[in-house]
Write a protein of this length. Structure first.
Length: 271
């Protein structure tokens, strides 16, 4: 299976998803509550229907796992699959009209997660990567530009991500204990991958026991190609279709050179 062909397909579907988002962003959609009390819109569902049809037509041997598509009873890691988040940041799309994206990734049983993509239609910017071939950024349909792995940054200069919608103080408290100054803590949304690619963000710590994998899959190959580590806080690799650690302390994305320090210090501080 040619990964360049897979990437071309995912890019085309991302642009199509972006068109659906931007055509309806001024309110031409309905908002619904899901059983977990999160919100979903007609936009999410329209993109999901499009993806289901296109994957079935063009890649019938590939399974689609996405946030809004029908969920198989189990995940078959012996077969190739596409993982997608139709509209990552639905609440940002509804309330702020910014900070949302479309994410997708491709898994092959022989290669693992090997293609990743994140697209921001409001700023017409896409970041993507094929495992082992580097990461690229594409602005408004212009030719892609390779993203060089970022130069090593001293620990004391690292920039930390604070989830924009989280109103508590546990992240500020943790980051302060890790040595961050207030100006090194930035509020982030679904643009975090783009910020990492540009060197504007270094450390993402998610103190939650479960994040749906389609929220992480698109960025995983990209950030690893740029020299970041992407792991659970207990050191277990983040892999779709495998059981979560129990208990799961959370997730870490950081420069690989500082991985061991964070995996040592963060569990101790949050214990």
């Amino acid at each position: 299976m040619n990964l360049s062909d897979i990437l071309a397909f995912l890019k085309a579907k991302a642009y199509a998803a972006g068109d659906i988002m931007m055509d309806r962003i001024d309110g031409a959609y309905q908002v619904y509550k899901k059983p977990d009390h999160s919100r979903v819109t007609d936009v999410d569902l329209a993109i999901s229907e499009m993806l289901q049809q296109e994957v079935k037509q063009h890649w019938p041997e590939v399974t689609l796992y996405s946030e809004e598509s029908p969920k198989p009873a189990s995940i078959d890691r012996s077969k190739p699959h596409i993982i997608a988040d139709e509209l990552d940041g639905t609440s940002y799309y509804i309330d702020l009209k910014r900070g949302f994206s479309h994410q997708s990734a491709f898994y092959h049983p022989d290669q693992g997660l090997c293609v990743g993509l994140v697209y921001h239609p409001d700023i017409r910017t896409m970041v993507y990567a094929i495992k082992g071939e580097g990461a690229f950024i594409e602005y408004a349909g212009q030719p892609p530009e390779p993203i060089a792995p970022l130069p090593a940054k001293p620990y004391e200069d690292l920039i930390y991500a604070h989830p924009l919608r989280y109103t508590g103080n546990k992240y500020e408290r943790l980051y302060t204990q890790l040595g961050a100054k207030p100006e090194q803590i930035v509020r982030t949304d679904a643009t975090r991958t783009l910020m990492m690619a540009k060197g504007e963000l270094d450390v993402n710590i998610f103190l939650m026991p479960r994040i749906p994998f389609w929220d992480l899959s698109g960025e995983k190959v990209i950030v690893e190609e740029l020299g970041y580590a992407h792991t659970y806080l207990n050191r277990q690799a983040v892999e779709f279709g495998k059981a979560l650690p129990r208990p799961n302390l959370g997730y870490l994305i950081c420069p690989a050179r500082w991985k061991e320090k964070f995996l040592t210090d963060v569990p101790r501080l949050i214990a």
